[in-house]
Design a protein around this ligand. Structure first.
Ligand code: C5P
Length: 324
């Protein structure tokens, strides 16, 4: 391998759901979604290093425990349960020859288990990076774009979006994507909690709350599947208009599991945010702000007043996976 590049790097961006409409649970246990994803410029970095040893087909290409570094590394698994590991195993099934073992490093800055698709973005980056690495190594395309999409969707509902980035409407369980028009740049402050929330637990809580509210004859938790308001606000590029229409059907469930988040919302609003919303399944709170200075003000106020929170100033839209 005289001239082959040994070290391969990619950047994986986080996302926020500007609209997250959750329909009823389907037979496969997933909920039908109508969501507007937008990527934000908080990112993890994935590095794959090619080792000298060559493995027989069927073996995992991952040489050993993942090296997880960076400010949000705490609690992120280093074993086969990490989506990055699963992504590399799945892609390797498509290699028709023996292949090199890989050392894997993930430098984390996206809050983990925070509703910002950090794990999904890492898997998306690993998939695209490994595809490129193998294409160079073997001078052979390992998986067609369709197969890559299929692997991505199998790995998780947010993985296909984090591959493409930008702004997109997500239907199905979030994996059926259509790009959306958006104008301008939006400024955010994200407040992450020390403790994550389990996505399945939040969906389950919403189902329970909906059942209870239906039997009480109260329709307040009905699914909001129409994204017209969000689409129009994005085209206008008017942040005030967008702030008025941000919507997350999972929010009541996330707040019910984590009542402390109400205080975070309150402090962020007092600090001047245009609006605050639970990001995805939470517990990260996304504050949409007028500009970067206001986002910084929200970050400093909230992290000062609410213990064990970490704040990030970011902007959107950002790109999908970037290989460099
Ligand atoms: O697809 P992903 O692995 O991210 O989903 C995690 C869990 O979140 C699922 O097992 C399911 O409980 C819930 N989920 C859902 N409906 C979706 C997406 C996720 O119920 N559309």
């Amino acid at each position: 391998m005289p001239n082959l590049q040994r070290e391969w790097k990619a950047r994986a961006y986080a996302k926020v759901n500007l609209h997250l409409g959750v329909g009823p649970m389907r037979d496969d246990g997933f909920h039908e979604l109508s969501t507007v994803f937008q990527s934000v410029n908080i990112y993890d970095e994935i590095t794959l290093r090619i080792r000298d040893n060559v493995l027989d087909r069927g073996k995992s290409p991952v040489a050993g425990p993942l090296k997880i570094t960076g400010p949000t590394a705490a609690g992120v698994p280093t074993d086969e349960s990490n989506l990055v590991w699963k992504a590399l195993d799945r892609l390797a099934l498509h290699i028709p020859l023996s292949y090199p073992a890989l050392d894997v490093e993930v430098h984390k800055q996206i809050p983990a288990a925070g509703g910002m698709a950090g794990g999904s973005a890492d898997a998306a980056a690993a998939l695209m990076l490994a595809q490129k690495l193998y294409a160079t190594f073997f001078e052979l395309e390992i998986a067609s774009a369709d197969i890559l999409q299929e692997i991505a969707a199998d790995l998780g509902s947010d993985v296909p979006f984090t591959m493409m980035g930008g702004t997109a409407l997500g239907k199905g369980r979030g994996e059926v994507l259509s790009p959306m028009l958006t104008r301008g740049e939006y400024h955010w402050c994200f407040i992450a909690s020390a403790q994550g929330l389990s996505t399945p637990a939040v969906f389950k809580k919403l189902d329970e709350m909906r059942e209870a509210s239906a039997s009480a004859g109260d329709g307040s938790l009905t699914p909001t599947l129409d994204v017209t308001d969000t689409a129009q606000a994005l085209v206008s590029g008017d942040v005030h208009r967008l702030a008025k229409v941000l919507k997350n059907d999972l929010q009541p469930a996330a707040l019910s599991l984590r009542p402390d988040l109400r205080k975070t919302m309150e402090v962020g609003m007092e600090a001047g945010a245009l609006t605050g919303i639970v990001s995805g399944s939470g517990p990260t709170i996304a504050f949409l702000c007028e500009d970067a200075a206001q986002a910084e003000e929200v970050r400093s106020q909230v992290t000062l007043e609410i213990p064990k929170t970490r704040g990030y100033v970011a902007s959107s839209p950002a790109p999908g996976v970037r290989i460099y």
